[in-house]
Design a protein around this ligand. Structure first.
Ligand code: NDP
Length: 251
């Protein structure tokens, strides 16, 4: 089988599919929203900054994509009620959900655990781990209505092997790997929903530039250049693949 990062998606890969992307206004989420729409999907753009979501919306429409849906939500503070309302709105307006890319995340401080501020720890956990759990749970009805569906969580190399000073970010990504495995195992024999993680690898985004200020941004690929594995996981080529953790840049 061809590795996911070399997957060549047909132009109509996601035609007729509805896919929600968190953190869709910037970085990898923005690139994924554009790529999914370019391959035929109707994309639900979830994020916390209206102007950024509007810009992605306009770009999708200008490129001839299906009219997206904007969902303004701050994952730090949103609760079950907002997520359930979103599930109902998706069922009412789109019928069902074929995919979720949990992409939004915060880097948080990179500092020794001894000095790590508790408030920041809780904030990073809320956005990076608790929100993907609560949002996934709330969206299960919409996902179960689809003939098949794909849930993709965003991991990191520090979510597989701990590294000094990466604090709550690293621990949240370990949690994401665990969440993905538990959910995949629960759904594998009882549903047509597959659940996987993806580690984008070093990618030229605001988060990467914040984490590595001394690095030349151009030394890493643009988010649009790492979309093959994201398309692979969202489309039917990954049917039967579940409980895995892939690398968007190979590895
Ligand atoms: P960016 O910081 O560039 O983008 C993060 C996105 O998440 C932004 O759209 C941001 O919105 C959104 N977001 C952050 N907090 C919230 C919140 N509270 N509510 C809603 N949306 C929020 O990150 P990347 O694109 O680099 O990262 C995407 C994913 O890939 C993350 O899960 C990250 O951990 C992972 N990753 C990235 C790597 C890299 O090298 N870039 C390497 C390994 C993993 P806004 O723009 O409005 O702030």
């Amino acid at each position: 089988m061809q590795p996911a990062h070399l997957y060549q998606a047909p132009p109509d890969l996601l035609a007729g599919r509805n896919i929600l992307v968190t953190g869709a206004g910037d970085g990898i989420g923005r690139a994924a929203a554009l790529a999914f729409a370019a391959h035929g999907a109707t994309v639900v753009l979830l994020g916390r900054t209206q102007a950024k979501l509007d810009a992605v919306y306009d770009e999708i429409v200008a490129n001839g994509g299906a009219q997206p849906v904007i969902q303004l939500l701050d994952l730090k503070s949103a609760g079950d009620e907002s997520y359930q309302a979103l599930n109902e709105a998706i069922v009412d307006t789109l019928g069902c959900l074929h995919g979720v890319l949990h992409n939004a995340a915060l880097l948080g401080p990179r500092t020794p655990l001894e000095q790590y501020p508790t408030a920041k720890w809780l904030e990073v956990m809320a956005v990076n781990l608790n929100a993907p759990f609560a949002l996934t749970r709330a969206l299960m009805p919409a996902l179960r209505l689809a003939p098949e569906a794909s849930i993709v969580f965003s991991s990191s190399s520090v979510g597989r092997r701990g590294r000094a000073y990466w604090g709550a970010y690293a621990v949240s990504k370990f949690g994401i790997e665990g969440l993905s495995q538990v959910l995949a195992d629960e759904l594998v024999n009882t549903s047509a929903i597959r659940v996987n993680c993806i580690n984008p690898g070093a990618t030229n985004t605001a988060m990467r530039r914040e984490a590595y200020p001394a690095e030349s941004p151009a030394s890493n690929p643009h988010p649009a250049q790492i979309m093959a594995a994201y398309l692979y996981l969202m489309g039917p080529a990954s049917r039967g693949v579940t409980g895995c953790s892939l690398d968007a840049q190979g590895g």
